[in-house]
Write a new protein. Structure first.
Lengths: 340, 252
């Protein structure tokens, strides 16, 4: 008997995501993947999965799931209230759910995206090398789209591994700043100096047109130097394209592969996730950094991601790993030096 | 053989920074067959060079987006290597390319806009079909949705603006034209392009070993088939079009 999670009620937009579908952008296939890679990695770490395993990313509010078979080990990364059969339990801590038990994931208190992972992962066939859902083209995930009530998600493990639970203190994760850092270009020369000054000097807010594909922003108008059409070219993650309205659109995980609006700047990798956690009405400013600065920030974030398993504690309070292993993680992170 | 590249393009490769994980090598401006051929030549060179840290490239009309792992390389290292590969691209080497012969049932229920396109062009529908079948199309790039191929090479007599009123849905396999380009739609989708006909060939089929029939840089020639032939071919599973090899340099 395969163990399943039955979706009793789905959040408004819950999709299976991994790190994304790479290698097919040249064929028009969007990358997709978790909008907040740190939460994706954290949810996997909490249940002992490889960092790139598929999870469910939920938006604003989570899902209600009943275990069929099991037991099942599951963890939620994100600050949401959780209930097992109406008894409150904690997010950021793995849980063992028995056959017939129902987990309800409530509304996020902070940010708009959370992730839940199940030990061993979901038994889904990758499409073009990835289980990431791209709803617009109906690729990947459970059936190419968002979870809905009645779905049954098959799991790889029939029963949870017999071991203790782990917990992660989210305050150990890097804080998300109010400023979104960008590298100017590739088409910053398509804008007037006044346009670039408006972009970097003004305050922007997230409009109601904000989804996994992109965030349309409202703020000071960015002036084009000569029209707003370019010959369509490739769109990297975090590209800030400016259509004729002069109001920027930041392109996120589900972005189209090519587009014909000039891109004034690109949000740096780590801050794409910070932006994707903002909700309509949130206000922020952009700040320009050099590629070298961006790559240094990127390296710090990568060290945190790689070191996530070292931040886990036994739910009872003991470190899950011995000091030698912890030291290894810290060295990766560069936090401790000269111990030899 | 038709001549699609009137003169070698004068290329001026430039490097554009696209965030902390991508560079763009831009070879020129606009949409032109010789410029696009140079893009695909550069894309192949980048693939062959195996530069450390390069994750994925996206060739488009006039540029190649090169995505890299910022943990492995940076613009100071990767940029000069890319510009080096972009040298002497205009000098067409005689590289063999594949050309698909794509069967199309033109007009009628399979191509609702053929009559309108002919009327606007001042031609008969037979003449429009003949022009499409004589054209040497090139896959400039894929984008918009999985497997959607933008084809350059639409004869100038057929250049027409897109429909004022886009259709909410067009069938998969539609052969269409819009502006100065043509396309084959891989899946049912909304579109403002003019529907000329339909091909029984599936350009996007996940169950196939190679899900995407068309790759950037491929050539395409249409061949006109009857409704009966369309139905016969459409009933066949895993149908692939005929293929021939053409040599780029011989045409320029």
């Amino acid at each position: 008997m395969t163990t399943h999670l039955r979706v009793v009620a789905a959040g408004p937009s819950s999709t299976v995501q991994d790190r994304g579908r790479f290698g097919y952008q040249r064929y028009g296939v969007s990358v997709a993947g978790a909008a907040d890679p740190l939460l994706h990695a954290a949810a996997n770490a909490l249940v002992g999965n490889p960092a790139d395993a598929g999870v469910v990313e939920f938006t604003m509010m989570g899902d209600t799931l009943t275990v069929e078979g099991g037991p099942v080990r599951l963890a939620v990364a994100g600050d949401a209230p959780l209930f097992v059969d109406d008894q409150p339990v904690s997010s950021w801590t793995s849980l063992r759910l028995r056959d017939g038990e129902t987990l309800r994931i409530g509304a996020l208190r902070d940010g708009v995206r959370g992730c839940w992972a199940v030990e061993g992962g979901m038994a889904l066939d990758p499409v073009l090398g990835s289980v990431a859902t791209h709803s617009r083209s109906r690729l990947g995930g459970l059936h190419g789209g968002a979870l809905k009530a009645g779905d049954r998600i098959p799991l790889r493990l029939a029963a949870a591994v017999d071991r203790g639970e782990s917990t992660l203190d989210p305050s150990l994760l890097p804080p998300r700043g109010e400023v979104i850092r960008v590298v100017l270009g590739p088409q910053d020369d398509a804008f007037t100096p006044a346009g670039i000054a408006a972009f970097l000097g003004g305050e922007y807010s997230v409009s109601h047109e904000a989804d996994r594909m992109g965030y349309r922003l409202t703020g000071p108008v960015i002036e084009h130097a000569r029209g707003f059409n370019i010959t369509s070219d490739g769109i990297p993650l975090g590209a800030v394209q400016v259509p004729g309205t002069g109001q920027p659109i930041v392109l996120l995980a589900d972005r189209q592969t090519t587009g014909g609006y000039p891109k004034i700047a690109c949000v740096i990798g780590p801050d794409v996730a910070a932006l994707a956690q903002k909700k309509p009405g949130d206000r922020f400013r952009f700040r320009a950094v050099t590629v070298a600065e961006a790559q240094a920030i990127h390296a710090q974030h990568r060290a945190v991601m790689d070191g996530l398993p070292g931040l886990l504690r036994a739910a009872g309070g003991f470190a899950l790993y011995d000091s030698e292993r912890l030291l290894g993680f810290n060295l990766i992170g560069g936090a401790i030096t000269g111990w030899e | 053989m038709s001549v699609t590249s009137p003169s070698p393009p004068s290329l001026s490769p430039r490097l554009l920074v696209a965030g902390d994980g991508a560079l763009i090598v831009e070879l020129g401006e606009g949409i032109a067959p010789a410029l696009n051929a140079a893009v695909h030549r550069l894309d192949r060179r980048i693939a062959d060079a195996g530069l450390p840290g390069v994750v994925e490239t996206v060739p488009t009309y006039r540029s190649v987006l090169v995505q890299y792992d910022p943990g492995q390389t940076n613009p100071d290292r990767l940029g000069p290597a890319l510009l080096d590969l972009a040298r002497d691209l205009a000098r067409a080497s005689r590289e063999p390319q594949r050309r698909w012969i794509v069967p199309v049932c033109f007009g009628g229920a399979h191509g609702e806009d053929l009559d309108d396109v002919a009327r606007r062009a001042g031609l008969s529908t037979d003449e429009v079909v003949a022009l499409h079948c004589a054209a040497d199309y090139r896959v400039y790039m894929l984008g918009f949705s999985p497997g959607f191929a933008y084809l350059g090479g639409l004869p100038e007599a057929l250049h027409q603006p897109r429909r004022e009123n886009p259709r909410m849905m067009t069938p998969a396999g539609s052969v269409m034209q819009g502006g100065e380009q043509a396309a084959i739609s891989p899946i049912a989708m909304p579109s403002g392009w003019h529907l000329l006909g339909r091909t029984p060939i599936k350009t996007f089929e996940l169950r196939r070993a190679q899900p995407f029939l068309l790759a950037p840089g491929d050539r395409i020639r249409f061949s006109s088939i009857s409704v009966a032939e369309y139905d016969r071919l459409a009933a066949r599973d895993g149908l692939l079009p005929d293929q021939e090899t053409v040599t780029e340099g011989a045409e320029a």
